[in-house]
Ligand binder design. Structure first.
Ligand SMILES: *Cc1c(COP(=O)(O)O)cnc(C)c1O
Ligand code: SF4
Length: 347
C-alpha cells in the first residue's frame, strides 16, 4: 500500500499513473487545478486512465478545454453569502465552508476554483458566521463542507461542534465529506467522539461515485460511523467515463446500502471549468434513472438533481419541474417557482 499522497505530475509519472509523454501538458493542467491522490485511492485505482478511480483523480489534458458555459462559481455559492465562508440560500439551512482543503482533488470538482486555497476558515470569519447563524432563528441546520471538513483535526471539529451546539435554534449538523472513502484511517475514536456532540443530531453525507471506492478500509470506516449512531447518506456525481450507466450505478447504490448508507443525491455534473468530458446530457441522466427505477429497491435510489447555475438552488431533474422544450434545451422551475433556461453544453 502506498504511504504518501501524490501531489505532482512527476510523482504521478513515477507511480506509473501517467505516461512520461503526457507530463508537459499535465504540468499545464496542474498549474490550473491542484493534484492530490491519497494512498487509499492510489491502492484502489486500477491501471490505465480509463479506470473509474484513476479517471476521478488523475489529471487529464481535456481539463484545459473550457467551454463558454463553464463558470468560475457554477452553483452560485457567492450569490447568497452573508459572511465570508457562509452560504445562506434556503431559509432553514446554511452551508459553512469551514476549510478549503481536501484529502483528494477530484478532477470534476464543482468548487475547483477555490478548493486547495488557504485552508481553514480564519477565526474572524468563523466567528462572524456563527454570529450570523445565532441571530437568524430560521436556521435549523448547518452543513459543514469545504473543501472537506473532516481534514480538520478532531479537536478542531469538537470545538466547532460545541460552538454550534450552543446556538439554541440549531437541531442538525450535516457533514459533507469524502474522507471515509479516500482517507478512512481518519475516522478514528477521536473523530467519532468529536462527531457526537451532546445536543445536536449529526448526519454524515458521503461523497462516493463508484463501488470500487468502497474498499474494506472504507467499509470499516462507514461501519464505525454507523456504529456510533450517525445516520449516513451519500451524494454521487454523474460522470461520463466513471459511472454514467445503469449497471455501474446499480453496483454503487447497492454497495452503499449494504454499508448502511442511503443514496441521497445523484448530481448532474456542474458547469465547472474544464469538466466537459465528464458531463452527460440531462436526457442521458434521466434515462439512467428510469432504467434503475423498478430494477432495484427504492431505498437504493437517490434523487437526480441539478444545481441551477446562478445560485437558484437544486432541482430534481426527474420531476415535472424540468421540461425539455427542444433537444438539450431545458426549462426548469426552481424551488420558488421561478423559471430558468438551461442548455446542455453542445446541444
Ligand atoms: C445543496 C445546498 C444545500 C443543501 O440542500 P439539501 O437539498 O437540503 O441537501 C443547502 N444550501 C446550499 C447553499 C446548497 O448549495
Ligand atoms: S472532495 Fe469534494 S470539494 Fe474536495 S475536490 Fe473532491 S469534489 Fe471537490
Amino acid at each position: 500500500m502506498p504511504t504518501r499522497p501524490l501531489t505532482s505530475v512527476s510523482a504521478l509519472t513515477r507511480a506509473g499513473l501517467v505516461p512520461d509523454a503526457d507530463a508537459a501538458v499535465l504540468e499545464q493542467v496542474a498549474s490550473e487545478f491542484r493534484i492530490r491522490i491519497t494512498p487509499a485511492m492510489q491502492a484502489a485505482a486500477g491501471p490505465g486512465a480509463h479506470d473509474p478511480i484513476a479517471a476521478q483523480f488523475v489529471p487529464d489534458a481535456r481539463e484545459l478545454d473550457t467551454r463558454p458555459e463553464e463558470l468560475a462559481d457554477p452553483i452560485g455559492d457567492d450569490a447568497h453569502s452573508p459572511t465570508p465562508g457562509l452560504t445562506h440560500r434556503y431559509p432553514d439551512r446554511v452551508i459553512l465552508h469551514i476549510t478549503r482543503t481536501c484529502e483528494v482533488y477530484c478532477r470534476f470538482c464543482f468548487r475547483r476554483e477555490v478548493v486547495g486555497e488557504e485552508g481553514t476558515l480564519p477565526e474572524r470569519d468563523l466567528a462572524a458566521a456563527l454570529d450570523y447563524i445565532a441571530r437568524t432563528p430560521a436556521i435549523h441546520e448547518v452543513i459543514l463542507t469545504g473543501g472537506d471538513p473532516l481534514v480538520l483535526s478532531a479537536r478542531r471539529i469538537a470545538s466547532v461542534m460545541a460552538r454550534l451546539a450552543a446556538i439554541p435554534h440549531l437541531d442538525v449538523v450535516r457533514i459533507h465529506t469524502r474522507i471515509p472513502v479516500v482517507a478512512p484511517g481518519r475516522i478514528d475514536d477521536a473523530m467519532l467522539a468529536a462527531l457526537a456532540p451532546a445536543r445536536l443530531a449529526v448526519w454524515v453525507v458521503l461523497h462516493s461515485n463508484h463501488a470500487n471506492e468502497l474498499t474494506p478500509d472504507a467499509c470499516a470506516a462507514l461501519a464505525r460511523l454507523a456504529g456510533a449512531g450517525i445516520p449516513l447518506l451519500s451524494q454521487s456525481v454523474l460522470l461520463r467515463g466513471v459511472n454514467a450507466d445503469p449497471d455501474t450505478l446499480a453496483d454503487l447504490f447497492r454497495a452503499l446500502i449494504r454499508n448502511r448508507v442511503k443514496p441521497y443525491y445523484l448530481h448532474h455534473c456542474d458547469l465547472a471549468r474544464g469538466t466537459g468530458h465528464f458531463r452527460t446530457t440531462i436526457a442521458e441522466g434521466r434515462a439512467i434513472m428510469a432504467a434503475l427505477r423498478g430494477r432495484m429497491s427504492g431505498t437504493c435510489l437517490p434523487t437526480y438533481v441539478l444545481d441551477l447555475p446562478g445560485g437558484h438552488g437544486k432541482v430534481p431533474l426527474t420531476s415535472e419541474a424540468a421540461r425539455e422544450i427542444a433537444p438539450g434545451h431545458w426549462r426548469i422551475a426552481d424551488w420558488r417557482g421561478r423559471i430558468h433556461d438551461y442548455r446542455d453544453p453542445g446541444a
